[in-house]
Ligand binder design. Structure first.
Ligand code: ADP
Ligand code: MG
Length: 389
């Protein structure tokens, strides 16, 4: 397993660099050279552990070696500025990465079918965070959304951001941990700095369970560091301007894997369940927008969708399937048009007819929910024990 030691190493490097400049100031050139050798060693170590920046670190190591051997004539403050510059570069790189997590959200509350009470809870939280209020009323800083996959957790986060016109940071934890390995905890602080700068902000952390301990109880060093940076941010220790709106939403499909330190920072835990019959109806309407469904027995179909344990995502696939069945039925020669030039295609339009029950019947055979009743019971149970009352 990879272990991230770059954090302490960076700290040591920073310290050595400060010491180096004070030695130069004192005109202690032999001392400064020794320090330069130390700095070169740190860069070598960083190069060894960090594959993505290996070349850059090696170059820096060589630069410092030249200083230490006196090959770079260091009369006053040789390459001190260059060191500061490289460090600044490093920081810029991380803040650019943090900024790259900003996305825009056009999702509206009305794009989400069902989940009325969940939507209400979320709206409330968002509104409270934004309103002027007495000091004793503390807005929620974090909300945990949990439930089966595909039930709309991401949609809810995106709608919150969309309705507030907030800056939306979309963080897939698993990929941050693996891609920015070694820098991921720095990335988290940089992300929150950026979120404060761009307030109102919503930081959405998806796949939140990636932070939990693995089965053997071992937590990867990088994960642990990300966790502690995150907890610091959530505790607001580094929250300099607390009047700003900065809401952290976290989503997980396996809430029982989260450890108590994490859970305690998310007192508001909202269950996002599979859709009931009414919700299924609403979602089918949303997912067939622009189609005529007036001939469809929505009640009966929705009832069956509930029996099939369909999630919102399953319903979306289910509707697509039905739409395709209809399209093939009315356009049996569709594939032949592949021969036509694109300009010609653009001038023609696809034939559609109203959807009918038969189109959906076939879709039922093709779309299967990954959920089982036993799995759902586990969510219910966790919700009863730990969820929002
Ligand atoms: N309540 C819902 N209303 C409308 N569409 C939904 C709903 N839930 C899920 N979907 C559809 O399923 C897709 C996946 O939903 P998502 O929010 O990513 O689920 P989760 O984050 O809970 O895994 C959405 O993009 C949307 O098309
Ligand atoms: Mg999601």
């Amino acid at each position: 397993m990879k272990i991230d030691l770059s954090g302490p190493l960076y700290d040591a490097l920073k310290k050595a660099s400060v010491e180096y400049s004070s030695l130069i100031e004192k005109n202690d050139l032999p001392g400064a050279r020794k320090k330069a050798a130390e700095i070169a060693k740190f860069y070598h170590e960083l190069a060894n552990m960090n594959l993505s920046n290996k070349r850059e670190y090696l170059e820096r190591a060589e630069k410092w070696e030249r200083v230490s051997s006196g090959k770079t004539r260091s009369r006053q403050k040789p390459s001190l500025t260059s060191h500061n510059e490289t460090e600044k570069e490093e920081e810029n790189k991380i803040s650019r990465k943090a900024a790259s997590l900003i996305t825009t959200s056009n999702v509206k509350w009305s794009d989400i079918g069902g989940l009325d009470s969940v939507k209400k809870l979320m709206m409330e939280t968002v509104v409270i965070a934004g309103l002027q209020k007495p000091e004793s009323i503390k807005p929620w800083k974090g909300i945990l959304l949990f439930g089966p996959p595909g039930t709309g957790k991401t949609l809810l986060a995106a709608a919150s951001a969309g309705s507030l016109h907030a800056t939306f940071f979309d963080v897939k934890l698993e990929s941050v941990l693996s891609k920015y390995f070694g820098e991921s905890s720095k990335l988290i602080s940089s992300l929150y700095n950026s979120a404060r700068d761009h307030s109102p902000s919503i930081v959405f952390i998806d796949e939140f369970d990636a932070l939990s301990q693995s089965r053997d109880g071992e937590t990867n060093e990088a994960t642990r560091k990300v966790l502690s940076s995150l907890l610091t941010e959530l505790d607001g220790l580094s929250d300099k301007k607390s009047a700003q709106l900065l809401l952290t939403l976290a989503a997980t499909n396996t809430p029982w894997d989260l450890d108590t330190a994490v859970l305690s920072r998310f007192p508001r835990r909202i269950y996002v369940p599979l859709p009931d019959q009414n919700a299924c109806k609403e979602i089918i309407k949303i997912q067939t927008k622009g189609m005529d469904i007036s001939e469809v027995s929505l009640d009966r179909i929705s009832e069956k969708c509930v029996e099939m344990l369909y999630s919102g995502r399953d319903l979306s696939n289910f509707c697509q399937q039905a739409i395709w069945t209809m399209i093939r039925k009315v356009n049996p020669d569709l594939y032949k048009m592949a021969e036509l030039p694109f300009e010609e295609l653009k001038s023609r339009s696809l034939q559609t007819t109203p959807l009918v029950d038969d189109d959906f019947r076939e879709a039922f055979l093709k779309i299967r929910s990954p959920m089982t009743k036993i799995m759902l019971e586990r969510y219910e149970q966790w919700n009863n024990q730990c969820g929002e009352v």
